[in-house]
Each structure stands twice: as C-alpha cells, then as structure tokens.
Write a protein that binds this ligand. Structure first.
Ligand code: ADP
Length: 628
C-alpha cells in the first residue's frame, strides 16, 4: 500500500515536470538537460515500471513542446539527436530496472526458500532433540532397571539368609548332640518349623510380586459384591485385632455397587492393609469401610497407630521398603505386602494411596472400578467374563466423541480379551487418568487442542502410548478409519510432499477445507510451490459441492467442530467422484513420539471395508509392545 502510494506520487511528480519545463523557458530551458537523467535515475532507483512508462511517455510528448517554441533550422538535427539520446537513455534505464526487478524477485524467492528450509531444519532439529531425550530417558530407565534388579536379588538373598541360618544352626545342634533334653529339642524343632514357614511365606510373596509386576497373570474378572469383600476380610483379621486388644469397626455406609475384579486378590489387599494396621497400632481402633465414588468403589482402612513420615509415604509401596526402626520391638515384615497390594490394585485399574499423620495414625485408600456402567464420569467395560480369552494387564482407554464408534471399538477390543474404558472428551479422559493408569489410549482428534496437549503430556510422563485415529460411520455401516494421513504444525513442505507421493497424488486440483484462513493459505503456498493447484474452502458444504463437481486429487481438512467434520466426511465419502480420494487431516499441534497415528494405507485407497479390524490389530500390536 505504502509503495503504491509512493510510486503514484513519483509518477505525478514526473508528469508535472513537463509544464515546469515549459514555464521555465520551453525547449530552450537548461532544465530539460536535468529532466531526462532524473527520470532515468528515478526509474533505476525505484525499479518501477510506472516511472519507466512515465519517462517513455514524456520522451514522446517532449517534441510537442517544439510546437510552442520552434527551434532554428540549424538546431533541428541537434534537437533530434537530443530527443533520440533521451529516448535511448529512458529505454536503457527501463531495461536495466526491469532486470533489477527480476533479480529482486529471485532474491525474495531465495529468501523465502531459505526461511522455509531453516524452519524445516528447526523442525528436524526439534525431532532429533526429542529422540535424543527419549534415548537418554530409555538409558536412564535401563540403568534404574538394572539397579532395581540387583537390589531385588540382594534383598531376597538377605531375607532368606536369616531364617536359613537359624534353621541350619538348630538342625546342626540337633544332629551333633544326642544329649539334648527333649523339651529343648522340641523348642529347636518349633523354631525350625516356624522359620521354614516364614521362608515359604516369603517365597510365595516374592513369586506373587513377580507375577503381578510382569503383568502376565491370567485371571478372569467378575462382578464381586463390595460388602462381601469387607465382611470376609474383617472376619479374617478380627481374632488378630482382639488378641491385641484393638477395636475393629466395619463402617456401615450406603448400599455399595459391585466391583469388577478377582475376589480373592481384592480380599488379599484388604487383609494386607488390615494386617499392617493391627501390626503398627498399639492401642485404639481400626476402621474399615468403602464408599462409591465416580464410577469406582473406594475402600479404606484407617488406624490410630504410629503413623508414617511424609517422606516415606510414597516409599512404602516399593518392594522391601520398611520404615527405619522407631522402637526396638517394632514388628518385622518382609516389606512386600504393600507393593503386592499396589500391583493388584493397579491390575484392577485402580489406585492406592496413604494419608498419615505421625503419632496419630494412618489411612490407606484404594479404588476398584464398579462392575456396572456408571452414570457420571465414564463408562466401564461390559466384557462378558464368562468366557474370557485373555485379560490384559491394564485397560485401554477409548476416547471418541461419538458413542456408537466408541461402543463398536470397545466391543471389538473386548472380544479379543482387553479390558476397556471409555470417555467422550479429552477432559473426561484426563479425569479418568487421575484415578488410574491405562495401558494404552486410543483417541480421536479432540475439539480442544489444549486438552489434547495435556493428554500427550500425561502420556509422556506415564510412558503410555496414544493411538490417534479418525473414525467415521458411513451409510449405516460399522465405523471405519476415515483419513489417510495427518499433517501436523508447523507445516513441513517435505513431509507434505512425501505424504502426497506415498498416496500417488499427481496433478489435478487439491481441495483445502479449513475454517482457519491463515492455515489454509500457508498450505496453499506450499502446495503451489510444489506445482499443485489448490482451491480453498472455509466451510464444509461448498467444499462438498466442489468435490461433487470436480474430481480432486487430494483433500486437506482443517480443525472443524465434530458435527461439521462428520458432515464433510459423509459428503466426501458418498460422492462417487471423491469417495476414494486421499484425505489428510490438519492438526492444531505437533505430535511427538508418544502419539502414533493410525490411518488408511495407500493400498486401501480403493476400499478398506472393515478397517476397524486394522485399528484393533494396531492396538494389539501397540499393547503387546507395552508389555514387553
Ligand atoms: P511389611 O511386611 O514390612 O509390613 P509392607 O509392604 O506391608 O511390609 O509395609 C511396608 C512398611 O510400611 C512397613 O514396614 C511399615 O513400616 C509401613 N507401614 C505399613 N502400614 C502401616 C501402618 N498402618 N502404620 C504404620 N506404618 C505402616
């Protein structure tokens, strides 16, 4: 705008020089000698086509001035030579300024390419950095794992050594000395018996822990009555509490929903917690109870015992963690009970934690998912457990806006033995993940990119993978994968071109449908530079009409609201012209290595009828990766 104004101003100024020339003395005026070099100079300096044309026009008009003040005949040749020289001068200036313009254009293009290359380089650099971070993270984990393994082995050996040495020494005495009194002999044998019992209990606990932590338990879940879990565990612990003079209270609450799990394992958790409560409480009472909470049943065991230091409250769930002795006659244990309980609770899709105040007592809580579908929060698995093929370690969280797609996908996953959970938004998914840790998240594109980024962040921290997918139900069929690829921000020219190439997109117009004008223009420039003609649409209906009328070679779709997106997919997929055209979804964020997109393959361009199976296959693959 500014340049145009400046050029028009100069153009006017040059034209005004003609009357100025006339007024200042006509063709005899020496001003004319300044005039043409001035035009030539301005034309060169600004490389402006308009100035050049003004100069030429003026050269043509200049001889008209001689009509007013005709020159003497002897000067005529000089005048013609002068005009010819001026004309030539203007032409040369125009030619040179044209070349300058061209060079400047090439220079601008080179700068733009340089910027896009530097962006791409930055992008690649970021990816490299992420890969490096991941590598060092993996290395750290491996080192930690190695350390944990060594510690585990030394802890187990240490725990076994004490009972083993007492068994050995007592048995040696019994073997070497015949004159031991029968009462003493009996005492020794009792010690040998109790120590071997302790060893066998410890070995069972270690094996339990290994089995739970490896996640390879083959257990079938069923609907279990929460009240039954409470009364059963209370019955087991009551004699122990009575013996120590402690009051054991089973808190009566509202009617509790059933939970989904393995009865004996859940009783084992409650008994472990109650056992500890009795062990670490000298006087007072122990309370046991449960309440329903947002799709889960939350069990609790609280005591009036010694309490736990705040810094040790996390630590006690680690294997072999025992708090430093506060007193000489503090009860001894293997330090495995809580880590086994944690493993069992997480296996059931719940969470365990402690709330404790030193000297006042501790309250342990754990959650187990309800057996029936919850009304608030999220849905639980409706797996038919009468005939489970396999029950996997952690549940798969399916996040889709559309309930039909969600149900279908969950049903398919449960048919092959997975335990699933469902949520309709990223916010709900985050809510669920606050309570438990899914093994894998399968999600559709979110409407809110910020929430999605939090989801990615969560997955990164928890080391859980996210499978990104777009499902669409076409003409009453079952849901199917809807897109062939994703383009994340910032747009990378080479990534986009290789995506198009892998789907054999050549020539033909490309349709860009996006409500975001900047986004679509940037994409149009990138595609234009690669020789693709593109047509922009900012709303779905006109784009669908264009797809009907012409046959696009590819379609890029931006971030629309779910309903609008559904309409676009329906329009595109039902048109015989665009039904098989590759569709690429533009993303409002950058993906990292925790997010794996699942898309239609190039081979599936013609028709990938039951593509939900492809998704299930991919999920199985990803899930088994997680278990390795
Ligand atoms: P242990 O077999 O030693 O009881 P656990 O894993 O069950 O192993 O417990 C780990 C440690 O946590 C215990 O040694 C004890 O120091 C602490 N602890 C567990 N429950 C309680 C409790 N109710 N009150 C105080 N400390 C507890």
């Amino acid at each position: 705008m500014k340049t145009r104004f400046r050029t028009s101003f100069l153009f006017l100024a040059v034209l005004l020089l003609l009357p100025a020339c006339l007024v200042s003395g006509g063709t005899e005026s020496p001003v004319r000698f300044l005039f043409f070099p001035l035009i030539a100079f301005l034309s060169l300096y600004f490389s402006s086509r308009a100035l050049h044309l003004a100069g030429l026009a003026f050269t043509v008009l200049f001889p008209l001035m001689y009509l007013f003040t005709p020159p003497a005949p002897i000067h005529l040749t000089v005048v013609f030579a002068e005009i010819a020289a001026f004309f030539l001068c203007t032409l040369v200036a125009g030619f040179v300024s044209g070349r300058i313009r061209q060079e400047r254009f090439r220079y601008d293009n080179a700068i733009a390419t340089f910027h896009s290359l530097s962006d791409a380089l930055n992008h690649k650099n970021m990816n490299l950095q992420t890969a490096l971070d991941a590598l060092s993270e993996a290395h750290k984990k491996l080192q930690e794992f190695d350390k944990t393994k060594t510690e585990f082995v030394s802890n187990v050996s240490h725990e076994l050594r004490t009972p083993l040495s007492s068994i050995r020494s007592y048995s040696e005495i019994l073997l070497n000395y015949d004159d031991i009194e029968s009462v003493t002999q009996r005492e020794f044998l009792q010690t040998i018996n109790s120590e071997s019992e302790r060893m066998s209990r410890f070995v069972t606990e270690v094996l339990d822990l290994i089995r739970i932590e490896s996640g390879k338990q083959e257990i079938s879940f069923s609907s279990v009555r929460s009240e039954e879990l409470l009364t059963e565990s209370e019955k087991i612990i009551r004699p122990m509490a009575m013996e120590k003079g402690l009051e054991l209270v089973l808190e009566k609450t509202e009617v509790l929903p059933d939970v989904r799990g393995e009865r004996n394992q859940l009783i084992q958790v409650l008994v472990n917690l109650l056992n500890n409560a009795v062990k670490f409480t000298r006087s007072g009472s122990i309370k046991l109870g449960a309440r329903a909470r947002e799709g889960f049943v939350e069990f609790f065991v609280s005591d009036t015992g010694e309490g736990i230091f705040p810094e040790e409250q996390e630590l006690i769930f680690q294997p072999f963690a025992r708090i430093a002795e506060h007193g000489t006659n503090r009860p001894k244990g293997s330090g495995l009970g809580l880590s086994i309980s944690k493993g069992i609770v997480e296996f059931h899709g719940g969470r365990i934690w402690v709330d404790s105040e030193l000297g006042k007592g501790s309250s342990f809580f754990f959650t187990v998912p309800e057996a029936t579908k919850s009304t608030s929060g999220f849905e639980h698995s409706e797996l038919d457990m009468r005939n489970p093929v396999m029950v996997s370690y952690r549940p798969i969280l399916v996040v889709t806006h559309d309930i039909v797609s969600r149900r279908c996908l969950r049903k398919k996953l449960e048919e092959v033995g997975f335990h699933t959970l469902g949520a309709d938004t990223a916010a709900r998914a985050l809510d669920i993940m606050g309570k438990m840790r899914p093994g894998l998240i399968v999600t559709e594109l979110p409407e809110d990119w910020e929430e999605f980024e939090v989801l990615i962040q969560w997955a990164r921290e928890a080391g859980t993978r996210i499978l990104l997918t777009t499902l669409h139900i076409h003409a009453g069929e079952e849901p199917a994968l809807a897109v062939h690829g994703y383009v994340s921000k910032p747009f990378d020219k080479y990534e986009i071109l290789s995506l198009l190439e892998s789907y054999h997109v050549q020539g033909g117009p490309v349709i860009i449908i996006s409500p975001d004008r900047d986004e679509s223009r940037t994409l149009q420039v990138i595609l234009g530079a690669a020789g693709f003609d593109s047509v922009l649409f900012h709303d779905g209906s006109s784009a669908v009409a264009a797809c009907e009328a012409s046959c696009p070679s590819a379609i890029f779709i931006g971030s629309f609201r779910k309903e609008a997106l559904e309409e676009i997919f329906t329009g595109i997929k039902s048109s015989h012209r665009s039904g098989n055209v590759p569709i690429y979804q533009l993303l409002g964020t950058t993906l990292n290595r925790y997010v794996t997109p699942v898309t239609l393959s190039p081979a599936g361009r013609k028709a990938e009828p039951r593509s939900l199976y492809k998704l299930v296959g991919k999920i199985e693959k990803e899930f088994s990766k997680g278990l390795e």
